[in-house]
Design a protein around this ligand. Structure first.
Ligand SMILES: [Fe+2]
Length: 288
């Protein structure tokens, strides 16, 4: 079944000291008016993985569930990695707090008519797979293990071409325009793995700068900004609205105007779908 679809893509709310309550309160009013089919949070809901931060984030997610189903994955700020660096105290300790507020499943899936969304975990804190020669990257960079993309690929393989397939993960897939940084260690490998999943769209954040791109001329990447005071380069905060129709995917940036205290719908980037619905000729339409 193919139908039009609207996704609200939020990221990096960073509840805590850098939260911008004016933005959050404006978001609470605006998002239901967009009438999304799904609201996806691509990680970093908290600043320091504190209980109060998780509690506020959970309250927002619960509130949005009145509008549409939600899907949440953790970001590097949501992982209490210091409880188990290099997983020395086991793999569970670093996600305990996150799970307390967002449930056992770190990589949830969500299936709606014509669309399948799958979370993928890239946030592991200080972990062997995320290490780079740059000390600044410690606990910040992520990685995308083969086991994650294999799991998602298997899930996607069970559905047809007419189902739109979306991966939600935290770390930016494309190089940040201002930061010039990749979110993932060993990113060329991660790109190959993502392309191999059969996904149509990836939702990510982490870099605090928005972007709309295609990987290898096919896989569409929606990167959204932060809804906190920490937007890169002093630029306005952004969240993304993605509309999928029969032929194309449209990624629209919604920018915060702090002076006016409101979000404004801004530029849209459109990409052809990999599996468009054939356009019928006038004669076919009359016959059909
Ligand atoms: Fe992050």
């Amino acid at each position: 079944m193919v139908r039009d679809l609207t996704i609200v893509h939020l990221s990096d709310l960073h509840f805590g000291g850098v939260a911008d309550l004016a933005q959050i309160e404006a978001l609470e009013v605006l998002v239901p008016t967009i009438e999304p089919d799904v609201i996806a949070f691509s990680g970093d809901l908290t600043q320091r993985a504190r209980h109060g931060e998780f509690q506020r984030a959970r309250a927002l997610v619960r509130q949005f569930r009145d509008t549409a189903p939600t899907l949440v994955v953790p970001g590097n700020h949501d992982v209490t990695w210091w409880r188990s660096p290099f997983s020395i105290a086991g793999p569970r300790a670093k996600y305990e707090k996150y799970r307390q507020y967002f449930g056992e499943e770190l990589t949830p899936t969500l299936e709606l008519p014509g669309v399948l969304l799958a979370g993928a975990l890239t946030a592991y804190g200080v972990a062997v797979g995320s290490l780079t020669p740059n000390l600044r990257d410690l606990a910040v960079k992520g990685h995308l293990p083969k086991s994650e993309t294999d799991r998602v690929a298997k899930l996607f393989a069970q559905t047809g071409n007419d189902v739109f397939k979306v991966i939600v993960l935290h770390h930016n897939i494309m190089r940040g325009q201002l930061s010039q940084r990749m979110g993932l260690a060993r990113w060329p490998e991660a790109h190959r793995r993502l392309l191999g999943t059969g996904a149509d769209l990836v939702l990510c954040g982490h870099d605090h700068q928005e972007g709309a791109d295609q990987l290898d001329g096919g896989l569409i990447i929606s990167t959204t900004g932060t809804l906190s005071t920490r937007m890169r380069g002093g630029r306005p905060s952004v969240f993304n609205v993605i509309k999928v129709d029969h032929q194309a995917v449209h990624v629209q940036f919604v920018r915060w105007e702090s002076g006016a205290g409101l979000f404004r719908f801004s530029d849209t980037h459109s990409f052809a779908k990999r599996h468009p619905v054939p356009v019928l000729s006038a004669a076919e339409r009359r016959a059909g």
